[in-house]
Each structure stands twice: as structure tokens, then as C-alpha cells.
Design a binder for this molecule. Structure first.
Ligand SMILES: [Zn+2]
Length: 61
């Protein structure tokens, strides 16, 4: 299961880890929120649906 951090202030997923700062500090690109605690939400992975092969190549003699 994949999870993604999102901004607790504006719910934006466009966040970025602060470089050179304390490990685990993140900032939101949208509202500028900075914090070490960002909630995570699970994102449903894209389900791979296999299409059943259609009957082709039926020959009529
Ligand atoms: Zn934000």
C-alpha cells in the first residue's frame, strides 16, 4: 500500500522535504507550512485490469 504525505493546513500533496534542515522536516509548496509532522494518507494503487482476450481469428471455410 502506498502512502503520501499531505499538508495538514491546506491538504496539498505538493510538499517537499526541507534540505539541510532537521531530518524529517517538510514544507508545503502551496501555503509554506513547515513542520516535522505531516499526516499521511493511503493512496490506492492503480489496479491493473487484464482485459480478457476477445475471440479473434475465427475462420470460416
Ligand atoms: Zn499547505
Amino acid at each position: 500500500m502506498l502512502s503520501v504525505k499531505f499538508c495538514p493546513q491546506c491538504n496539498s500533496e505538493d510538499i517537499q522535504m526541507v534540505a539541510g534542515g532537521i531530518t524529517g522536516t517538510w514544507t508545503c509548496k502551496d501555503c509554506g507550512y513547515i513542520g516535522s509532522i505531516f499526516p499521511e494518507k493511503e493512496i490506492a494503487g492503480s489496479e491493473q485490469k487484464k482485459e480478457t482476450g476477445k475471440r479473434i481469428g475465427e475462420r470460416k471455410k
